[in-house]
Ligand binder design. Structure first.
Ligand SMILES: [Zn+2]
Ligand SMILES: [Zn+2]
Length: 478
C-alpha cells in the first residue's frame, strides 16, 4: 500500500491488536514463547504454508516441542474469578425483598441480580439457605421481573431456580408463577401443564421425583464429558480451537459493535446517549461495503441487528453502510487514515473523492443543486438561478425548476416537523415524515445539503429508539 494517508505503523497497530490492550499480557508472552520454541524456520516453512485454520491448530499438537510447551502452560490455566459468598447473596436478597416492598423494583432487580451473582453453587454452603441461595435469588428475581411485565426473563429465572433445586415448600408456587408467565407469553399448552403441576404440588409432592430424574440424566452426560476430557486435545477442542482462530481472524474486518440507547426517565431523546455493550459478527451485514455517506443505519433488538435505509437509492446503487467515520463528523484525512489502517482499503466514496465539508462547515446557505426534471438526464443545476425557466445544456429541453425549488422548501419544513415529533416522543411519526421528505429530496436534488444531513441524524435517532433502550433510573453522565 503506497498512498498519501497511509501510516504503516498505525496500520500494523490496528491490525495486530484489534480488540486487545497494548499492555503485555498472558497471551502476548505465551505467543512469543511458543514462537521462540517453534523457531523462525518452522513458522515460515511449515506453519506459514498451511491453508486452513484446522491445519494451523492441528500442527501445534503434531510438532513435539511446541506441543509440550503448549500442554504444559495450558494444564496450569485455571479459571479466575472473585470467590462467591452465600452470606452476601443472602444479605442482597433480603435487601432486594425490602426494596420490592418499598415499591422500588429497579433497585430490587439490581439487588436480586447481585444476590444471584454472589450465590455459591447449589449445595456448596449449607449454612446459608440450606445450600439454596442461588435458586432463591433466581426465584426472588422472577417476582420483580413479573411485576415489570418481563415474563420471558421471569420464566427463565423460575426454570433455572427449579433446576437448581428450590425448597419443596415453594415449588408449587414456582410452577404457579411459571404458568402465569407462559400464559402471559401466549404459550397456552405449557401454561396448562405448569398449572396442573402446581395444583398437584401444592397438595402432594411429585416435584422431588422430577428433580431427581433430571439430576440422574445430567449425571450421565457429565460423566461422558469427563471421560472425553482425559484425551488432550479432544476432537471437540480441535473444533473449538479452529472456530476460535477463524473468528479471531474475522474480528478486525467483520465485527459490529452492539449498542443500546440509554435515556433519562423523563424523555426518550433529550439527554439520551448510545452505550456500546458488546461486539458481534453478523455474517450478512458484514458483506456490506463502506461509504462515508452511508445509505443505511443499524440498531439492535436483543442480539439481532436491524438494518434500515435512511435515504432513497437509485437502481443498482451500492447499499453501503458505515464502518465508523461518517463524513458529517470526521474530516477526509481522518477517515482515509482510519479506513486504510483498520480495514485496509482506500475509500473512494463520493464524499471522499469530492471532499464534502463536514456538517459544521456546511453553511445553511450552501448552494442547492437540482437534478434536471427530464428522466435519464444527468444535468445538475446549481441555485440560485435568474430564471425559473431554463434550457438544459445536456438534454436541451426547456424546463421549469419552480416545482423543484418549492419541493426543497417543503422538505426542509418536513425535516423541522419531524424534529418536533421526536421532541414530542412520537418517533414512528418522525420516521414516516422523514422517509417521505428524504425520498423527495434525493429524487430531485443531490447531497451534500446541510438540512438533509441533520434530518438523517434525526431519522437515525428515531430508528435507534425502536431498538434496545434502557431507561436510566439515575442521571446520565454524558
Ligand atoms: Zn469515503
Ligand atoms: Zn436535462
Amino acid at each position: 500500500m503506497s498512498y498519501a494517508f497511509h501510516d504503516a505503523d498505525y496500520t500494523s497497530r490496528c491490525s495486530e491488536k484489534t480488540l486487545q490492550t497494548n499492555d503485555e499480557g498472558f497471551f502476548l508472552s505465551f505467543a512469543d514463547n511458543l514462537a521462540e520454541i517453534a523457531g523462525k524456520d518452522w513458522i515460515e516453512k511449515k506453519f506459514g504454508k498451511l491453508k486452513s485454520d484446522r491445519a494451523r491448530i492441528k500442527i501445534l499438537y503434531d510438532y513435539e516441542p511446541v506441543k509440550k510447551a503448549l500442554i504444559e502452560v495450558l494444564s496450569n490455566v485455571r479459571e479466575l474469578y472473585r470467590s462467591k459468598s452465600s452470606e452476601k447473596s443472602f444479605a442482597c436478597r433480603k435487601e432486594a425483598e425490602r426494596s420490592l416492598n418499598e415499591n422500588n423494583p429497579l433497585k430490587s432487580l439490581s439487588l436480586f441480580s447481585q444476590s444471584v451473582l454472589q450465590a455459591e453453587k447449589t449445595g456448596e454452603n449449607k449454612n446459608v439457605d440450606n445450600g439454596n441461595s442461588l435458586s432463591l435469588g433466581l426465584y426472588g428475581r422472577s417476582r420483580v421481573l413479573m411485576e415489570m411485565e418481563k415474563y420471558d426473563f421471569a420464566q427463565n429465572d423460575i426454570r433455572l431456580a427449579l433446576k437448581e433445586n428450590l425448597p419443596d415448600n415453594v415449588k408449587g408456587e414456582a410452577y404457579f408463577r411459571l404458568a402465569v408467565c407462559y400464559k402471559a407469553t401466549r404459550d397456552d399448552k405449557k401454561a396448562d401443564v405448569a398449572f396442573n403441576l402446581a395444583q398437584k404440588l401444592m397438595k402432594e409432592d411429585k416435584g422431588r421425583l422430577l428433580a431427581r430424574y433430571r439430576n440422574e440424566l445430567r449425571g450421565t452426560i457429565y460423566d461422558k464429558e469427563e471421560e472425553e476430557n482425559k484425551v488432550i486435545p479432544t476432537q471437540n477442542e480441535f473444533t473449538v480451537g479452529e472456530l476460535l482462530l477463524f473468528n479471531l481472524q474475522m474480528l478486525q474486518f467483520n465485527a459490529h459493535e452492539i449498542y443500546e440507547k440509554v435515556h433519562p426517565a423523563n424523555h426518550r431523546f433529550k439527554g439520551s446517549k448510545i452505550n456500546y455493550i458488546g461486539v458481534g459478527i453478523y455474517p450478512t451485514v458484514a458483506l456490506f461495503n463502506h461509504q462515508c455517506y452511508p445509505s443505511v443505519t443499524r440498531y439492535f433488538v436483543g442480539k439481532n441487528i436491524v438494518v434500515n435505509a435512511i435515504k432513497s437509492m437509485d437502481q443498482d446503487e451500492i447499499v453501503a453502510e458505515n464502518y465508523g467515520p461518517i463524513f458529517t463528523k470526521k474530516p477526509l484525512q481522518f477517515r482515509q487514515k482510519s479506513l486504510i489502517s483498520r480495514y485496509w482499503f482506500k475509500c473512494e466514496c463520493l464524499a471522499c473523492t469530492q471532499n464534502w465539508p463536514m456538517l459544521n462547515d456546511l453553511s445553511e446557505e450552501s448552494p442547492i443543486r437540482l437534478r434536471c426534471p427530464k428522466e435519464q438526464c444527468k444535468q445538475i443545476f446549481t441555485l440560485p438561478i435568474q430564471n425559473d425557466i431554463v434550457k438544459c445544456a445536456k438534454c436541451e429541453s426547456e424546463i421549469n425548476l419552480r416545482d423543484r425549488i418549492n419541493t426543497i422548501k417543503w422538505c426542509e419544513d418536513q425535516y423541522y416537523l419531524a424534529l418536533e415529533k421526536m421532541d414530542a416522543m412520537e418517533p414512528n411519526e418522525g420516521v414516516r415524515i422523514l422517509n417521505e421528505a428524504l425520498n423527495s429530496f434525493h429524487r430531485i436534488s443531490i447531497p451534500p445539503h446541510k438540512a438533509t444531513h441533520v434530518a438523517e441524524e434525526t431519522l437515525r435517532a428515531c430508528y435507534a429508539d425502536l431498538g434496545n433502550t434502557f431507561k436510566s433510573p439515575t442521571q446520565i453522565k454524558l
